[in-house]
Design a protein around this ligand. Structure first.
Ligand code: XMP
Length: 519
């Protein structure tokens, strides 16, 4: 996208790099993320309006070769964040040291000099810090604009060039005026603020056309918003005749889901939907398996095996066929594939890791138009594409489905029990008008039995845990503050209507330290 005005983000391995890109999109500006090896190329781009240097796990005094003195002397506005600020300092002759105080979490900073970057901010601001190293000596031509309580340099500016360094992270929501600071930086870059979901769609279609050419695409649909958006983008880019939607019923879907998916896709004109009934295969493969990661691997591998079989039926040899997936940025980062080089594997998301997908990815045959987006951004793209509101804002549902919500061994009976409980839970949430206030709600079937009493008789039944969280992107989540009367109604209905269950509990763990799913 050489001709569109943009802000370049150099990714030094921060967990937050995509968050910076997301904030810029929210502020109406297009950005691209580059590797540190591309600084020279980025600076030579005609459409570059500004450059952001991300944070990262390296030590600036060791890794300063990431930026040359010549590059740092550009008159394009630069904002260095955390490691990025330290790099700007070291390159101009300053010193960074790890012996100074470490700062993690919320800190107060004093803004000491009035500056356009801090326009409309208070003299003392709450910011989010996450660093061990600090700038202990400023580089030539730089001055301090803010310090934190103990005197640590929190922000610097160049006396002549439009360049800044922030030790804290303006991109995370904990920095109260973070968005204001980024917006002020974009003003300094004289960026137009006209980037929106429509521009995103045009760009995504262009990318798909470039990638796929005259090829054909098998699109994996689940009925959720992510795969629907990915499929519709392919259809708009390539025409419906080049896209083959495939839906695999693993038997691990919610009650009535398969029928809904079929209806929805047909109503969107996809009359070539291949609906594969693989319930028995999945449940057989899961027999006797209780370990969460093993379950995820089995479900993911079998999913691909079934898919390959169906693809072969459709197209014979599938070597050149593209696969389209709804993978989001959060799926990639949690599986250790995000921009952050140090990103740790939390859970193996099943659309990211299987060998065949890896092979397709390496061969450039994976189409993932949502892979730079967060969930709420996909929802906005969905609405712009004309996807009905109820689908666009439907709660996320994980690829391995109820396989990771039936804790312990997955059996057909236990899946049926969970489906009943989950259906009641969602019905009551809708009835109470709470569905849109919750980011994700679902029931979990625990592999423990507890004693109860019903009609003067002892019962020994299973426990259902209810989960409901609010979140912006699934990376962090807060427990939903459920009205107790609604919780009470849900609990009574589940215990009365679902035979195997005699106890219902509510999960009060936020993320972190918990994850949203239980497995
Ligand atoms: P966790 O449990 O990691 O979940 O906090 C964050 C979000 O991701 C969803 N999730 C998945 N989605 N494949 C998916 O497509 C998966 O394997 C998977 N595991 C978790 C989860 O439902 C939540 O929305």
């Amino acid at each position: 996208m050489e001709d569109i005005e943009k802000v370049g983000i150099i990714d030094f391995g921060s967990q937050y790099t995509q968050l910076i890109a997301r904030r810029l999109r929210e502020l109406g500006v297009y950005s691209e993320i580059y590797s540190p090896d591309d600084v020279e190329q980025v600076l030579n781009s005609r459409s570059l309006k500004g450059l952001i240097l991300s944070g990262g796990p390296q030590e600036a005094h060791v890794d300063a070769q990431h930026l040359t003195v010549h590059q740092s002397e550009t008159h394009i506005p630069i904002l260095g964040i955390c490691y990025g600020m330290q790099l700007l300092s070291v390159v101009s002759g300053g010193k960074v040291s790890s012996t100074h105080t470490r700062e993690y979490g919320l800190q107060s900073v004093d803004l000491q000099i009035e500056d356009p970057l801090f326009r409309d901010l208070r003299a003392d601001e709450q910011v989010w810090m996450s660093h061990g190293d600090s700038v202990t000596e400023l580089g030539k031509g730089w001055e301090t604009v803010a310090r934190s309580g103990d005197g640590t340099v929190a922000a610097i500016r160049h006396k002549v060039r439009p360049q800044y360094g922030l030790q804290f992270h303006p991109e995370v929501t904990h920095t109260c005026s973070g968005e204001r600071i980024l917006s002020n930086f974009l003003d300094l870059c004289t960026c137009k603020r006209d980037w929106n979901a429509g521009c995103y769609i045009t760009q995504a279609k262009e990318k798909i056309r470039k990638q796929v050419g005259t090829g054909r695409v098998i699109s994996l649909v689940s009925g959720g918003v992510d795969s629907t958006v990915a499929t519709l983008l392919c259809v708009e880019a390539l025409g419906a005749e080049a896209v083959y939607p495939v839906y695999i019923d693993t038997g691990l879907m919610r009650a009535g889901e398969t029928e809904q998916v079929r209806e929805l896709l047909t109503s969107h004109g996809m009359d070539n939907l291949v609906c594969v009934d693989a319930k028995e295969e999945f449940l057989t493969a899961l027999t006797g398996i209780a370990d969460p990661e093993k379950k995820r691997t089995i479900i993911g591998d079998l999913f691909i095996k079934v898919l390959e079989r169906e693809v072969a039926k459709l197209h014979g040899d599938s070597k050149d066929t593209f696969f389209c997936q709804g993978t989001l940025y959060t799926d990639l980062i949690e599986s250790g594939h995000g921009c952050g080089k140090q990103a740790a594997v939390i859970k193996s998301h099943h659309n990211v890791n299987p060998p065949i997908i890896r092979a397709k990815r390496e061969a450039g045959l994976i189409v993932e138009p949502n892979s730079g987006l967060f969930k709420d951004e996909v929802r906005r793209v969905a609405e712009t594409l004309g996807v009905p509101h109820a689908l666009a804002w439907r709660h996320p549902f994980p690829g391995p489905g109820l396989g990771i919500r039936v804790l312990g061994e997955v059996t057909p009976e236990r899946v049926a029990t969970l489906q009943q409980a989950d259906k009641i839970y969602l019905e009551e949430i809708h009835a109470a008008g709470l569905y849109n206030a919750i980011w994700q709600a679902f029931a979990v079937l625990l592999p423990v039995q507890t004693v109860g009493v019903m009609g003067d008789k002892r019962t020994y039944g299973y426990v259902v845990a209810l989960r409901a969280v609010t979140s912006q992107d699934g990376m962090t989540a807060e427990v939903f503050d459920f009205p107790h009367d609604v919780l009470g109604r849900i609990s009574t209905r589940i215990v009365n209507e679902v035979d195997a269950v005699n106890r219902v509990v509510y999960d009060t763990t936020s993320k972190p330290p918990g994850t949203i799913e239980w497995e």
